[in-house]
Design a protein around this ligand. Structure first.
Ligand SMILES: NC(=O)c1ccc[n+]([C@@H]2O[C@H](COP(=O)([O-])OP(=O)(O)OC[C@H]3O[C@@H](n4cnc5c(N)ncnc54)[C@H](O)[C@@H]3O)[C@@H](O)[C@H]2O)c1
Length: 374
């Protein structure tokens, strides 16, 4: 039977999920059963009914798969509703805002026997998977570490689009919507995958240094260092306050050279200068194939986001991000276009990546005192 797919959260990123289901529907491989969102949606495919919430939708319509593309703090309750109604779930990243929630959701997956695919689409890229295999095969010699570089520009409109944006908690509930854990989450998740350290027990320690230039609760300019069970150092260096918006990079540092993954464009740059363009599988198609034949593995089952969630937990438990002194921040644009640029942030991010060092260890001018967590 053609799987009936419901989508919860249809504005923002959810609009791309609706388009993706419509694409599969045209090919006769899925049917858009209904959507749930408290905000009215225009431009839904003809005949598709909207409900104000997922509970209401599931009471009125049958769904085999539910896509959840809603604020982070709603992920676990909505996934529970969907799985208890017998649906498999495609849950947006980050799957949960804490390790406790991750354990709760993992227990629900076990109890209901439903599949839970997490929306880390870079995990389904052949660029990521090929590089992970090359690392496992020792193709870059001795592994010195893995780093991620994220230099993004996020404007006022990004933080003003929703109540949960840039929050660490909302109404007493964990959200953890910071640069490391949400907008640039794919970087950390991909680095963990390259090391073969995706499980919750694969992370030995996490050190966080969280800063912010925006008037938000969460971090927008941070370094995080993860040491994995196999002893690999993963250094995450990211900002939402860059001069220019660039594609994130995940860099493997080996004694035989560097390889760079640009996951947004499925590009791989190898130490000999070769640049390879890859493709990627679609996470919903993969979930549908897994439903039809459980021998087809999911690209990103919930269990493969445990290492990432250990990083989320360290960021959640860390002290509030330190404000970057005004003298180190330049503001550009007006109104919804306004955004901060942290002085020389690109140089410090590049150094953090090359030296696998935290901003504070390098003496970046905005650093105060590192917060060490695990
Ligand atoms: N995989 C990716 O590359 C990617 C990219 C962007 C966002 N995301 C993720 O997608 C999720 C949504 O992010 P966004 O930026 O689109 O958020 P958003 O706040 O812009 O949009 C969320 C939508 O969910 C709706 N919503 C809120 N509560 C709901 C509920 N209880 N039931 C149904 N709908 C509800 C809102 O009305 C809104 O339409 C987040 O987890 C985010 O991290 C993933």
């Amino acid at each position: 039977m053609t799987p009936r797919v419901a989508v919860a959260g249809v504005h923002g990123h959810g609009a791309s999920h609706v388009r993706n289901v419509a694409r599969l529907a045209e090919a006769g491989r899925a049917r858009l059963a209904a959507v749930a969102d408290p905000r009215p949606a225009e431009h839904l495919p003809a005949g598709v009914r909207q409900y104000g919430g997922l509970e209401e939708l599931l009471a009125a319509a049958e769904a085999d798969v539910v896509i959840i593309s809603t604020p982070i703090q709603t992920h676990v309750p909505l996934a529970e509703l969907a799985m208890r109604a017998g649906a498999d779930v495609l849950l947006e990243k980050p799957p949960t805002a804490s390790l406790a929630e991750f354990e709760q959701l993992s227990a629900l997956v076990d109890e209901t026997g439903r599949a839970c695919q997490v929306g880390f689409q870079a995990q389904a890229s052949t660029a990521t998977l090929k590089l992970a295999q090359m690392v496992a095969d020792g193709r870059f010699g001795e592994l010195r570490g893995i780093s991620t570089i994220g230099k993004w520009v996020r404007k006022a409109q990004y933080f003003q689009r929703a109540r949960w944006a840039g929050r660490r908690t909302l109404d007493g509930v964990a959200v953890v919507d910071g640069a490391v854990t949400n907008p640039l989450a794919h970087s950390t998740a991909a680095a963990l995958l390259l090391d073969g350290s995706t499980g919750v027990d694969d992370v030995r320690s996490v050190e966080t240094e969280l800063f912010r230039a925006n008037a938000i609760e969460s971090d927008d300019t941070s370094t995080v260092r993860v040491v994995t069970g196999r002893g690999t150092k993963i250094l995450v260096a990211v900002t939402l306050c860059a001069t220019e918006h660039l594609e994130p990079e995940v860099i493997v540092h080996g004694s035989a050279g560097r390889a760079v993954l640009k996951y947004a464009s499925d590009t791989l740059e190898l130490p000999d200068g070769t640049v390879e363009k890859h493709g990627r599988a679609d996470l919903l198609e993969n979930l549908i194939a897994h439903r039809a034949d459980p021998a087809v593995p999911l690209y990103c089952p919930l269990s493969a986001t445990g290492g990432f969630t250990t990083v989320v937990e360290a960021v959640r438990a860390a002290a509030d991000p330190a404000e970057i002194p005004a003298g180190l921040v330049r503001w550009e644009g007006e109104g919804l276009e306004r955004h901060p640029i942290v002085h020389d942030v690109e140089t410090w991010i590049d150094r953090a990546s090359d030296e696998l060092a935290l901003f504070g260890e390098l003496g970046a001018p905005w650093t105060v005192r590192p917060q060490r967590e695990k």
